[in-house]
Write a protein that binds this ligand. Structure first.
Ligand SMILES: Nc1nc2c(ncn2[C@@H]2O[C@H](COP(=O)(O)OP(=O)(O)O)[C@@H](O)[C@H]2O)c(=O)[nH]1
Ligand SMILES: [Mg+2]
Length: 412
């Protein structure tokens, strides 16, 4: 199947082009309004993007570079006719208006013949310039068509990665603009490189300090059931104890499930970290007092159905501390994109700004990360990628993430 993209003013224009390029069996797959050109986002023109396809092995269309489009023929034809007329009479559309009668010379003089030949020369030059311009224009259009296929591949990849349409379109527009600005089409690799650097630019402001804040003494972990909060806390406790030399303490308020307290206690024993259990916000002061001597307190909370506002406010009520503190929303990449968005929306409403993604190892679809960061202004901290404590966790790095999103050389 051959797929081609057209950017036109109106559909009939695309239909004519599709018939010429792909033949009468071509079908239109998609049409959409887009904006092109402009300067710094202003003065952009509305156009229509039309995607058409035809089954493989259609008759090869003539390379358009050799054949000027019909409009060009029309213009050239018009100029030629004008030139012919000017051969018969000295008045042409290109000439300045005739002089008033008292200044006009009698016909057939040497001056009027000279004027006529000047006019002819002028028209010939115009035609030559026009032809050169048209050849250049047609070549540019060919280049753009060539690029469109590259752009379509990139678009497909990002769609398959479940990146939001909003971000895909924004990226496509920016790439189109960059190419128009340089007056050329990017090669395949260059296109992917540009896409990567644009997305890196979007993410960078959120990724400057992808870790537990060095100022926080208390870090709360919230998030849906089973996403890996407790396991992640154990991994991070090991990181902070072993690599940072911090004295860590645990608090858990996950008394909802009987086994949950034991799960964290097991890690507490292995890591030699003291642990306090709180049943309500009233128990918190006592727990903090007991952990007075610790540098960093990691607090586990119960995973609930956080699509319910009530459950969200319930867990939020437990996140009180007079100490410098932060809260990290833990989300599993095996979650559905729409559900993850609802959770992010619920928690960001309470001012939660940090996020940690788990189960990277269980998916090959990574768009949700970019969507959530950009849609909810969330700061990514770590990526967890397995069940092994303490190894399967690392700090979020933009480049490593974009390798995954773009397929790291898969396109080559
Ligand atoms: N594959 C995978 N499993 C994980 C990851 N993090 C946690 N898990 C597993 O997910 C399950 C739930 O983890 P748990 O920490 O109890 O989740 P919680 O309910 O949010 O506290 C356990 O079987 C963990 O071993 C991860 O990054 N990758
Ligand atoms: Mg847990």
């Amino acid at each position: 199947m051959r797929v081609k993209r057209y950017v036109v003013n109106a559909l009939p224009e695309a239909v004519t082009k599709i018939r010429t390029d792909l033949g009468k069996d071509a079908v239109i797959l998609d049409t959409k309004e887009i904006k092109v050109g402009g300067f710094m986002g202003m003065f952009r023109k509305k156009k229509m993007e039309v995607i058409a396809a035809v089954e493989s092995n259609p008759p090869k269309p003539e390379p358009p570079a050799r054949k000027a489009p019909p409009e060009v023929h029309a213009v050239v034809e018009q100029i030629l006719q004008t030139a012919q007329r000017s051969g018969a009479s000295s008045t042409t559309v290109m000439e300045p208006p005739p002089a008033p009668p008292h200044m006009q010379e009698p016909r057939g003089t040497f001056e009027s013949q000279e004027r006529r030949s000047n006019t002819e020369q002028f028209i010939i030059n115009e035609i030559r310039d026009l032809r050169e311009y048209m050849v250049k224009l047609t070549k540019q259009q060919n280049d753009l068509h060539h690029l469109s296929e590259e752009m379509l591949q990139l678009k497909d990849r990002l769609k398959q990665q479940e990146l939001d349409d909003e971000w895909i379109n924004k990226l496509m527009d920016a790439l189109q603009e960059a190419q128009q600005h340089e007056n050329r089409s990017f090669e395949r690799d260059e296109l992917w490189r540009e896409a990567r650097s644009m997305m890196a630019g979007w993410l960078q402001p959120y990724c400057k300090d992808a870790q537990i804040s060095s100022e926080a003494r208390v870090v709360h972990f919230v998030g849906p059931t089973g996403v890996g909060k407790t396991t992640t806390i154990a991994k991070l406790a090991a990181e902070q104890t072993i690599k940072r030399g911090k004295k860590v303490g645990f608090i858990t308020s996950d008394t909802y499930r009987i086994a949950a307290v034991d799960q964290l206690r097991t890690y507490a024993n292995i890591l030699n970290v003291p642990m306090e259990v709180v049943f309500s916000p009233m128990d918190l002061p006592k727990a903090y007092k007991a952990l007075e001597g610790r540098d960093l307190i990691l607090m586990d909370t119960a995973g609930r159905n956080f699509r319910s506002e009530l459950h969200v406010s319930e867990v939020i009520s437990l996140l009180h501390s007079n100490e410098p503190n932060e809260t990290i929303l833990v989300m599993s990449l095996t979650g559905k994109t729409a559900d993850m968005s609802i959770i992010a929306e619920r928690f960001t409403k309470y001012g939660i700004r940090k996020v940690l993604f788990t189960k990277l190892d269980e998916t090959t679809v990574y768009g949700a990360i970019l969507n959530l960061i950009l849609n909810y202004q969330l700061y990514p901290t770590y990526l967890a990628s397995g069940q092994n404590v303490p190894d399967d966790i690392e700090r979020f790095r933009v480049n490593a993430y974009l390798d995954k999103l773009l397929g790291d050389g898969e396109h080559e």
